[in-house]
Design a protein around this ligand. Structure first.
Ligand code: BES
Ligand code: ZN
Length: 631
């Protein structure tokens, strides 16, 4: 750590914030620090030292200021000083701290350590052995990576600005100073001040009506990791789905959203029957503007979701099943650090498909399983089957976790749990999982904790199950181990037949695909022969209006084929899609396909130049790399 943080002073709302960088005056509250800015604990992505001092509760009191694009106010951290140390290490990135006080008393000294490009910088606060509460007056900056500030034009309504945060994996530190490690769990309360015409929502107990004064209070009484801290502010309205669930969306989208998510109550009931009670009170979904970089984010009590899953026919709701499933796998039992990410996502894909099977039947969920396998195979081919990143247990130290989080954790994780189910028998496996969630509820655990528990508990239910599966090869080895489950689907076989008939006879019988589900379409589009002539692409487009599809998954898959086959007539649709949707899962393959040829790359860069400002940091960081974009 640099000896003294010679801070610049940012005049902000008349207040001075120590903000690092070049100096005009020394920071009067900064003290000498000689230790290094390395992470020390078991989480390579956090400067926090929870073994010494751990944050148990956060009380946030902030103002959301659209004019300056800052979130500023006070974070009061209730701490437990386990090792009687004199410094509290927090994570921060692009945060400016004005003042820190202890308990009810006066100022204390603090300093920032060296900056790491993606970890940010440690905020080191001098405390007393008996300190209980640390009050930090701070402000985020407009460039805070978690936060996207949307102009009215980027919303459906077009009249009001919108803000949302995306904290996973290590971006909570860009809008709140805290111990930003999934190993640390805290409860929180918050007061959030927003413009009077907007509603504020968090991963907590939420309002359903506008507050006349624009001041909202939140409570999250269950202890959660920091990556589940979430805030959204916008012109949203609430629609009820059932006694336990509802949906928030911009007024223009609300009715459609209520229709689309009608099955949520059934999904909750199905999951509870399988894995034990839903522990978070209500389950609501917030439909965000289309720049949201993910499909969904499992913020507790309030899943954040992309509007691109509103297809009009409920065909993309497995994503909701996925985010709901995180209420067990991830939010209740949490990966201890990002190397254990598969404990969150692999379990969740497995639960998602079990929920879908309960609500929509086995044929439906087997289609999902095959699509999962196709995506896994593609990722294994892309990374190289022996690559280190194909292990379930990741090694993300020294990297932005976002770079190593591929769908391996999701899809290979899914197939491990399915292999365990098949070896154990469904009834026993369900009993195991239910007990697992109960045993580790509200804890953050490592891969090894899971393996130890599995080896201790599973043989009691199914003595020979573990003999059939090489757990270590799955978790601590590359590729997909032999004997991985192989889902089958009659419906997909029929799609294959349709494809080969088209290839051999050259005719398209439009009556058959008219009955296809989204999943059959995806299977079809993923298996189009390549290359396809412009004429054949045009025949498909004329028969099925793919360039005009209102289903984002189908459209994205079609546009991918259009790029590969240089099918010009679909380029306006591609351009429209890339400039209106910010979901990284769609953007990444499309820009990657464009970047494969010089002309495509040129087109990609030209579109990106116009689209980039509308994307969230998470998406633009990825696309910058694909296109070699430099600001
Ligand atoms: N928790 C993830 C999103 C995430 C992962 C954000 C890692 C940041 C870092 C979420 O549950 C998720 O997996 N979303 C998927 C949907 C799903 C159906 C696979 C998505 O957004 O595409
Ligand atoms: Zn997930």
């Amino acid at each position: 750590m640099r000896a003294i943080e010679w801070s610049c002073w940012l005049a902000f709302l008349g207040l001075a914030f120590a903000c690092g960088g070049s100096s005009t005056a020394p920071d009067p509250t900064a003290t000498d620090a000689t230790d290094s800015a390395q992470t020390t604990g078991s989480d390579p992505h956090s400067f926090a030292r929870p073994d010494e001092v751990v944050v148990r509760h956060l009380d946030l009191d902030v103002t959301v200021d659209f004019a300056s694009q800052t979130i500023h106010g006070k974070a009061a951290l209730s701490i437990e000083n386990r090792a009687q140390v004199s410094q509290l290490y927090l994570d921060s990135r692009d945060l400016d701290v004005r003042r820190v006080t202890l308990d009810d008393g006066g100022n204390t000294t603090f300093q920032f350590g060296d900056e790491d490009p993606f970890l940010g910088r440690p905020l080191v606060i001098d405390i007393k052995p008996h300190t209980q509460v640390v009050h930090i007056e701070y402000s985020s900056r407009p460039e805070a990576a978690a936060v996207q500030w949307l102009a009215p034009e980027q919303t459906a309504g077009g009249n009001h600005p919108f803000l949302f945060t995306q904290s996973q994996a290590i971006l909570a530190r860009t809008w709140i100073p805290l111990q930003d490690s999934p190993a640390v769990r805290m409860t929180y309360s918050a007061t959030v001040r927003v413009p009077k015409e907007l509603m504020a929502l968090m991963s907590a107990e939420n309002p359903t009506q506008l507050a006349a004064d624009g001041v909202y209070h939140f409570e999250m009484p269950q202890a959660i990791p920091s990556y589940l801290m979430a805030l959204a502010v916008g012109d949203v309205a609430f629609g009820e789905l059932g006694p336990q669930s509802g949906v928030y969306a911009e007024p223009a989208l609300l009715d459609k959203a209520v229709y689309e998510f009608q099955d949520i109550e059934a999904m909750i009931a199905a999951t509870e029957a399988l894995y034990g009670p839903y522990q978070w009170g209500r389950y609501d979904v917030l439909v965000l503007p289309p720049s949201f970089p993910f499909g969904g984010m499992e913020n507790p009590r309030l899943t954040f979701a992309t509007p691109t899953i509103i297809a009009g026919d409920r065909s993309l709701v497995s994503l909701i099943a996925h985010e709901l499933a995180h209420s067990w796998s991830g939010n209740l039992v949490t990966n201890s650090n990002w190397d254990d990410f598969w404990l969150n996502e692999g379990f969740t894909v497995y639960l998602e498909q079990r929920i879908m099977e309960e609500v929509y039947g086995r044929d439906y969920s087997e289609m999902l399983a095959i699509l999962t396998r196709q995506e896994l195979d593609a990722t294994l081919a892309e990374l190289g089957p022996e690559a280190r990143d194909t292990w379930l247990h990741l090694d993300l130290a020294g990297r932005d976790p976002d770079d190593g989080m591929t769908n391996i954790a999701y899809n290979k994780g899914y197939f491990l749990l399915r292999a365990l189910e098949e070896a154990t028998g469904r009834e026993n496996w369900d009993a195991f999982l239910k007990a697992y969630f109960d045993h580790f509820a509200f804890q953050s655990i490592t891969t090894q904790d899971f393996v130890t528990y599995l080896k201790a508990e599973l043989p009691k239910l199914a003595p020979e199950a573990l003999d059939q599966i090489n757990i270590d090869a799955w978790i601590y080895g590359p590729n997909l181990p032999e004997g991985a489950p192989q889902p089958t689907s009659l419906a997909f076989e029929k799609v294959d037949q349709y494809l080969s008939q088209w290839q051999s006879a050259g005719t398209l019988d439009a009556a058959i695909p008219a009955k296809w589900s989204t999943h059959e379409w995806l299977h079809f589009l993923r298996h189009l022969p390549s290359p396809l002539s412009t004429e054949k692409m045009a025949n498909l487009d004329a028969a099925f209006h793919l360039s005009q599809s209102g289903n984002s998954e189908i459209l994205a898959a079609w546009l991918g084929a259009a790029i590969t086959n240089q099918y010009e007539p679909a380029m306006p649709a591609l351009e429209h899609f890339l400039t209106t949707v910010g979901r990284r899962k769609f953007l990444k393959p499309l820009y990657t396909a464009l970047a494969k040829t010089p002309e495509g790359k040129e087109r990609g860069r030209e579109i990106y130049a116009r689209a980039r400002d509308g994307y969230h940091f998470v998406s633009s960081a990825t696309i910058d790399e694909i296109l070699g974009w430099e600001g």
